[in-house]
Ligand binder design. Structure first.
Ligand code: TYD
Ligand code: MG
Length: 460
């Protein structure tokens, strides 16, 4: 084999440096350069050359029929993909280990196979019996679903040539390797080159390819970050492992919107779509408890009703605790500062600084948008005063540093969802648009106004 030159490649961005440096010259990350063999680009892909020879055509004559999407048979996944997988496209599904990626791709592949597609699952991590046992448990033994337990890329490509599948899933892209590349499986070179070759195969054969990739919370594992440029679609599979809820969102999508959100619940029978997430989030809510407020929040295009809770308790610590679970810590601090300085809470103004404050969004969902500010403020005041917020009331709006309320984006959609779930009143900023039928708006200019409208003037 010809002697290969060594380069230093960043595990974060894939940038290359001829010598080792403490900091990557491309992305600025520290201690991410690792020594790897330099490679000629075998596909010409990185130089922007077309994969299949083609000639210019007037835009109106470009064939879009061949781009017909293939439904995955899982409606929540189709929603995020804009209808299904596009032939010739490559989709990366990234997520933390154990979140449910293998389960999701197996379910999707099985239902595509049942619908008549020739499907191949390349399992480079688990053995074929392991996958079969999972499929047995999920009740998804589709005859057109083929399993290949192999991690060597040339052999995988050879099998693809023979089987001619319509859709291929590789689980996971980090365990796939090409022995000719000379670096260890999972290295940036291996992951990127293997993905490149699968992209070429996908385009040549018009087959849909799905790559599964692990990412840690810090996104530090080689792979998904460097692959984002190579693939057409990047799906992030998120969720709190302590909760059953799983969210799928498109981070990048060349064939549609990145605003859609898919919601699943992890059950004994695998992942089940959640068509009515607001109902799920509010199922265990106990109205009449102080410190709880429902906020109509937006996840992409999708309105979700989420319960925000707060507990303010005397602290025994020199530096009182501030905890925000599923909420933005910075916004909690801001709301506390506004309550301390701009709102008359009587004796509680002084006590707030020496109290522990716990605030959370219930159900394992993350509500980090400013639109939840006024709900957090009301939950805090409710906890301090011990007075519950009325059960038929929601609150939405951003809190400014002057204590004023500002409108959150897409307020009408949020209020419509609240009305659908039986809420009758909403605390909103003064500029809020006309409410949906059956919903009364309490327009508040400031947090103090919002408190007055929630509990009646002077009652808190
Ligand atoms: P898995 O799909 O293997 O996750 P990943 O591929 O992202 O690493 O599944 C992760 C977890 O899901 C595992 O701990 C078991 C659980 N699980 C269920 O709760 N129900 C099921 O039906 C399946 C298949 C898995
Ligand atoms: Mg897995």
């Amino acid at each position: 084999m010809a002697k290969t030159r060594l380069v230093h490649r960043c595990t974060d961005c894939g940038g290359v440096s001829p010598r080792w440096m403490g900091r990557c010259p491309s992305c600025g990350a520290w201690s991410t350069l690792v020594e790897e063999p330099e490679l000629a680009d075998p596909t010409g892909w990185a130089c922007g050359q077309p994969l299949v020879p083609t000639s210019p055509v007037p835009i109106g004559q470009v064939d879009v029929e061949s781009c017909g999407r293939r439904s995955t048979g899982i409606s929540e996944l189709d929603r995020v993909l804009g209808g299904g997988l596009v032939p010739g496209s490559v989709t990366l599904v990234g997520g933390e280990p154990g979140i449910g990626k293998s389960t999701l791709v197996l379910q999707a592949l099985a239902s595509m196979a049942e619908a008549g597609a020739r499907a191949l699952l390349v399992t480079a991590e688990e053995s074929a019996p392991q996958v079969r046992m999972r499929a047995d448990r999920l009740g998804t033994l589709a005859p057109e679903l083929h399993l290949l337990a192999d991690a060597v890329l040339p052999s995988v490509l050879a099998h693809i040539k023979v089987l001619r599948p319509d859709v291929v899933v590789v689980d996971s892209v980090q365990t796939l390797f090409d022995p000719d590349l000379g670096s260890v499986p999972g290295s940036v070179t291996q992951v990127r080159e293997c993905a490149h070759r699968l992209v070429v195969a996908a385009k040549e054969r018009s087959m849909s390819v799905v790559l599964v990739g692990h990412v840690t919370k810090e996104g530090s594992l080689a792979g998904p970050r460097v692959l984002e440029h190579v693939v057409d679609t990047v799906l992030a599979f998120e969720g709190d492992r302590h909760h059953a809820l799983r969210l799928v969102r498109a981070v990048k999508h060349r064939f549609g919107s990145t605003e859609e959100l898919g919601l699943f619940e992890m059950t004994d029978a695998g992942l089940i779509g959640v068509p009515d997430p607001s109902g799920l989030f509010l199922a265990d809510r106990r109205p009449g408890v102080a410190g709880s407020v429902v906020v109509p929040t937006m996840e992409g295009h999708r309105p979700l009703l989420v319960e925000v809770q707060a507990l303010v308790s005397p602290s025994t610590l020199a530096q009182p605790r501030r905890s925000a679970q599923g909420l933005d810590h910075g916004r909690l601090t801001l709301v506390l500062a506004v309550l301390g300085c701009r709102v008359d809470l009587g004796s509680a103004n002084g006590a707030l600084g020496s109290s522990d404050v716990h605030a959370s969004a219930v159900g394992g969902v993350r509500v980090i948008e400013p639109g939840a500010d006024v709900a957090v403020a009301l939950a805090l005041v409710s906890s301090i005063s011990g007075r519950p917020v009325p059960g038929d009331l929601v609150a939405v709006g951003e809190v400014g540093l002057g204590g004023e309320l500002r409108q959150a984006a897409q307020t009408p959609r949020r209020l419509a969802e609240a009305a659908r779930l039986g809420f009758r009143r909403a605390v909103v900023p003064v500029s809020a648009p006309t409410p949906p039928p059956g919903m009364t708006l309490h327009r508040a200019a400031t947090v103090t106004d919002a408190m007055g409208l929630t509990w009646g003037n002077g009652s808190c």
